[in-house]
Ligand binder design. Structure first.
Ligand SMILES: C[S@@+](CC[C@H](N)C(=O)[O-])C[C@H]1O[C@@H](n2cnc3c(N)ncnc32)[C@H](O)[C@@H]1O
Length: 192
């Protein structure tokens, strides 16, 4: 087996461990910076408490009734639920997450939000999205792609599952300069 020079498996394990161990999200004060009062008011309180994102991708996605939307790294489902509301029962919202615990939380939240009938949560990896080619109109993602040691692969997978005229709306962290070695090799910095 070729040597894993980019420490991909170690990074993936660090991320998995970090998100398995947390027992809540960033909480309402953090969510209030990213979402409007109307958006927050339409969500189950626990879905708001579990918000872990860095932006509001649904706001910029231009979702239309009847569309199929995929939320990459859905966490406890806050954006998947907002997306499900926007596409309505004639559409479909799919949340994808590495962790079954997150998918379970998201299912409970979608049920409480009344969107469960046209919303599903799938356990899987963004580097190998378990969906067919050209099956999604819009991909959203919030604070997730930066966690991957294989970001180009994630973008290629997003391109593959999107229909030819599909769209993406992503909120994420980017790096403009070289990071100091002590940050590049810091587990908490990768996972956070
Ligand atoms: C920062 S949280 C963001 C969650 C959600 N998007 C939100 O805004 O609340 C990152 C999420 O990505 C998931 N994740 C990490 N690596 C992943 C991977 N390789 N594939 C799919 N999901 C992943 C984690 O389990 C976690 O739920």
């Amino acid at each position: 087996m070729p040597e894993d020079l980019l420490f991909q498996s170690e990074i993936k394990e660090v991320v998995r461990q970090a998100y398995t161990e947390i027992d809540t999200g960033a909480g309402r004060p953090a969510a209030q910076r990213l979402y409007s009062d109307v958006e927050l008011g339409a969500l189950p309180p626990s879905a708001v408490d579990w918000a872990l994102g860095v932006g509001n991708p649904v706001r910029h996605a231009g979702l239309q009734p009847g569309e199929t939307v995929l939320d990459v790294g859905c966490g406890a489902g806050i954006d998947t639920i907002l997306a499900a509301r926007a596409v309505g029962p004639s559409g479909r919202a799919i949340g994808l997450d590495l962790l079954e615990e997150m998918c379970d939380r998201a299912r409970t939240h979608a049920q409480a939000a009344g969107v469960a009938e046209w919303t599903e949560f799938v356990r899987g990896e963004m580097e190998d999205i378990p969906l067919p080619d050209a099956s999604v109109d819009v991909v959203i993602s919030n604070g997730v792609i930066n966690l991957s040691p294989r970001k180009s692969r994630v973008l290629a997978e997003i391109r593959r599952v999107l229909r030819p005229d599909g769209r993406i709306s992503v909120a994420d962290l980017t790096v403009n300069d070289e990071l100091p070695t002590e940050l590049q090799t810091n587990d908490a910095a990768w996972a956070g």
